[in-house]
Ligand binder design. Structure first.
Ligand SMILES: Cc1cc2nc3c(=O)[nH]c(=O)nc-3n(C[C@H](O)[C@H](O)[C@H](O)COP(=O)(O)OP(=O)(O)OC[C@H]3O[C@@H](n4cnc5c(N)ncnc54)[C@H](O)[C@@H]3O)c2cc1C
Length: 389
């Protein structure tokens, strides 16, 4: 049966789905897609929960890009809902709690400080750097005026450091100074989290978009199948169900798993998601609220803001807890922990893969990198440009 297929794609997330579509549609190939989960869409998968709310099972996904090719390409498979994501940091204050737009901007400044102090700071910042600029904490810390330097410390303490500690399980001294230096203050009233040209949400959700991507007469999708139980790498070639498979194999799973983790597991952070449904119209003020100073979770997302679903008297929120990935059953590797040692470990797996000329590693897991959806769609398109040349 396998010989009916020209290409094998492992994983039906953004990387696998775009690659499969391209190979079938543009390349005229017969493509077999194997997906371990019981659904397509990878981590961007969405579905309705028991309360009838459209949720993102693996964390909130907002589409944004400056890449016209990617936007036009995906627009063939979904109409979009115009959605401009906004995030606030929720912090304890003298009376109750404060909400500051993130990235920290002029609106945050006015919320964080008494009016006169905020106005004075705003005037100094605009005079020093000009309007609509993203100024890093590093730049602010180098300013001669102590009140501007103090602002950098305020943002570091109230928006950045504890959130990053929770997210990455680090102590302040472990946080890469280069990361800290890049934290921006946006001298603008623009409260959007992203400033990309194209942003939005698939109008009917991500899953229908993925289903349409994979809906092609030359694509066969099998879900609930771990490809590694069907495929074997041996002596520079690929066996599928025990028989030699000569076609291209695009692998979008974890690079270490492909080789039985023989050099050790690639380190990741995983996330525990706690979903709660509540009998109210709205639970919080914005789509995502970051808890940057207290609480054990990093953030709460309320899906109805993202999806635009109209469902009076019901809402579902999700709390995110970050911790180390151990490789235990059911745990999902979410964020690669990029550093020199881990990159070197990844390079060993990459080198192993290079011994199989028909095998291509694509996607956030196979490439051990954080990619946004648009970046991974772009990479899939480029890989297919190369393969179909
Ligand atoms: C919490 C969170 C929030 C995010 N939010 C955003 C956002 O707002 N905007 C944005 O642009 N990006 C966001 N991203 C990034 C986005 O999830 C990725 O860009 C995207 O998932 C990458 O697609 P992929 O196909 O490489 O990987 P995945 O989506 O992980 O897909 C890989 C697929 O391969 C399957 N697979 C793995 N191994 C095997 C195997 N052996 N056999 C069969 N199948 C296998 C997996 O089950 C999975 O379905 C977010 C990521 C996280 C973790």
């Amino acid at each position: 049966m396998e010989q009916q297929f020209d290409c094998l794609v492992i994983g039906a997330g953004m990387a696998g789905a775009v690659a499969a579509r391209e190979l079938a549609e543009r390349g005229g190939k017969k493509v077999l897609v194997l997906e371990r989960r019981d659904h397509v869409g990878g981590n961007a998968y969405d579905c309705f929960d028991k309360a009838g709310v459209l949720i993102h099972k693996y964390g909130p996904h907002i589409f944004h890009t400056n890449n016209k090719r990617v936007f036009d390409y995906l627009s063939r498979f979904t109409p979009w809902r115009n959605y401009q994501h906004q995030v606030v940091a929720n912090i304890p204050a003298e009376e109750g709690r404060l909400e500051l737009p993130v990235p920290f901007n002029l609106i945050s400044l006015r919320a964080a400080f008494p009016p006169e102090q905020a106005a004075a700071l705003e005037e100094k910042l605009l005079a020093a750097y000009g309007p609509e600029r993203k100024v890093t904490i590093l730049e602010l810390r180098e300013h001669a005026d102590p009140s501007i330097r103090a602002l950098a410390d305020y943002v570091y303490e109230h928006v950045f450091v504890r959130y990053t500690m929770k997210q990455w399980g680090q102590k302040p001294e472990d946080i890469d100074p280069a990361t800290t230096a890049r934290v921006p203050v946006f001298l603008s009233e623009d409260c959007r989290y992203f400033q990309d040209e194209y942003q939005g949400m698939p109008l009917e959700g991500y899953t229908p978009m993925f289903q349409r991507l994979l809906d092609h007469p030359d694509i066969t999708v099998e879900t609930g199948v771990d490809a590694l139980s069907r495929m074997e790498l041996a002596a520079g070639g690929v066996l599928l169900d025990g028989a030699p498979f000569a076609g291209t194999v695009i692998y979008t799973g974890a690079a270490d798993e492909l080789f039985g983790c023989k050099y050790g597991r690639l380190p990741y952070r995983t996330l525990d998601f706690v979903f709660e449904s509540h009998p109210v119209d709205w639970w919080q003020s914005h789509g995502t609220v970051n808890y940057t100073v207290d609480e054990d979770y990093t953030r709460i997302t309320e899906f109805k803001y993202l999806t635009g679903q109209e469902l009076p008297g019901k809402t579902t929120i999700m709390k995110e807890y970050s911790r180390s990935y151990t490789g235990a059953d059911g745990e999902i590797p979410y964020y690669a922990i990029i550093n020199e040692a881990n990159n070197a470990l990844y390079a060993r797996y990459r080198e192993e893969a290079a011994a199989y000329p028909q095998l291509r590693l694509l996607g956030r897991l196979a490439e051990y990198k954080y990619y946004n959806m648009d970046a991974i769609a772009a990479r899939a398109l480029e890989l297919c440009d190369e393969l179909l040349k």
